[in-house]
Design a protein around this ligand. Structure first.
Ligand code: DX5
Ligand code: ZN
Length: 219
């Protein structure tokens, strides 16, 4: 069974001691850091600021993504590359030319991902599957933590797993991922898990004990 990729969703972190949070999560076994960027237009919320992005970047050497929940993300690819993003996710429905934007991410020698909302079908984004390194499957409607998992997305996840042998993408799920949901989806073949308030943050246990048990937890 392949190793789970565990990605703390930093919009859920304690911003009053961000540097300490990152160091603790890094030491506790986080495989990378999930960074939700929002513009208040594409989603009705605001995520992590560029200043906080830079604080987190300076506190860890591990992979950081940039989940761009913004209109016209092509305008900000260089910006997030300069902030230190190793992976940039765009929502294809937010971009006039997603294939060109994916190319521009690759031309910066970083990885590209497409983030697909619950209401976006695989048929709509199928032509991008050849290009993308990651498919970030939104299992909630994007923009807010603490929501309910949308079970109807499971069939799309299963279809992406079936299709994956003809492509090179890894599958990451994002939204309301509980430990049990993670175990179930990892059993199906999902690679990466964005961990927010449903599994990691605002819990009585330490990050170390939570991430240890999540890494070990099997079906
Ligand atoms: C949703 C965010 C995620 C996630 C947070 O837009 O991208 O960070 O929902 O985790 P939960 O849903 O567990 O609070
Ligand atoms: Zn996200």
């Amino acid at each position: 069974m392949m190793k789970k990729i565990l990605l703390p969703s930093m919009m859920c972190a304690d911003f009053s001691s961000l540097n300490r949070e990152v160091k603790e999560l890094d030491a506790a076994g986080a495989d990378g850091f999930h960074m939700d960027i929002m513009d208040g237009h594409y989603v009705p919320n605001f995520g992590i600021s560029p200043e906080d992005y830079a604080v987190i970047r300076s506190a860890t050497k591990k992979t950081m993504d940039a989940h761009l929940m913004i209109q016209e993300p092509s305008n900000y690819i260089n910006y997030f590359h300069e902030l230190g993003a190793n992976i940039i996710y765009i929502h294809p429905d937010s971009d006039k030319h997603p294939a060109r934007t994916i190319d521009s991410i690759h031309n910066l020698d970083i990885k590209a991902g497409i983030a697909i909302n619950p209401d976006i079908s695989i048929e709509v984004i199928k032509s991008l599957l050849d290009l993308t390194d990651y498919v970030l499957v939104m299992t909630v409607n994007p923009g807010f933590s603490g929501q309910k998992y949308l079970n109807y997305v499971d069939k799309k996840i299963i279809r992406l797993i079936e299709l994956r042998n003809s492509y090179h993408y890894q599958i990451v799920v994002d939204g309301a991922i509980t430990p049990d949901k993670m175990t179930y989806l990892h059993g199906l073949g999902v690679d990466g898990f964005v961990l927010g308030t449903s599994a990691l943050f605002n819990k009585p246990d330490s990050y170390q004990s939570i991430l240890n048990s999540l890494h070990k937890k099997e079906q």
